[in-house]
Design a protein around this ligand. Sequence first.
Ligand code: SF4
Length: 166
Amino acid sequence: MNGISATHISYYHLCHRKLWLFHRKIKMEHTSDTVYEGKLIGSQAYARRAGRWRELSLGPIKVDHFDPRQKLVREVKKSPKLEASHVAQVKYYLYYLEQAGVDNPRGLIEYPKHRKTTDVRLTGADRQEIRGWEAEIERIVQQPNCPELVRKSYCRQCAYRDFCFI
Ligand code: SF4
């Protein structure tokens, strides 16, 4: 498999069916108002503080906001409801940066609407866990059939909702 992106990591934590569909390039994100609004919040917050942030591409990883002086990754999200997957995504960024030779990178997740920020650091246990995520993602996306639908509260805001329920 050609590189695991942060979106793979995020979807792995949300729904294995979503991960499988995304990997097969069945993309419906552009139809989701939730996703659009999230991106809008990110760009608005970015515009206010554009100076210190750089966009960074590393293989399959694309970090929208990276401060090279502080080795800081910043991710802006709409709501902390799915915080576990946001933290996983940022940990993967940090893991990838470390692999690329960046020493001790840090992460910050901002929820502007909720006036909340979450600091993210990478531990030894995280590094081991991330290798497990990668192995599981490889296994799931290589399955010939789409994983079975498991209804969850997140389905209401998922871009694949119509695909799964209509
Ligand atoms: S609608 Fe629900 S089951 Fe279907 S891909 Fe999204 S989260 Fe998974």
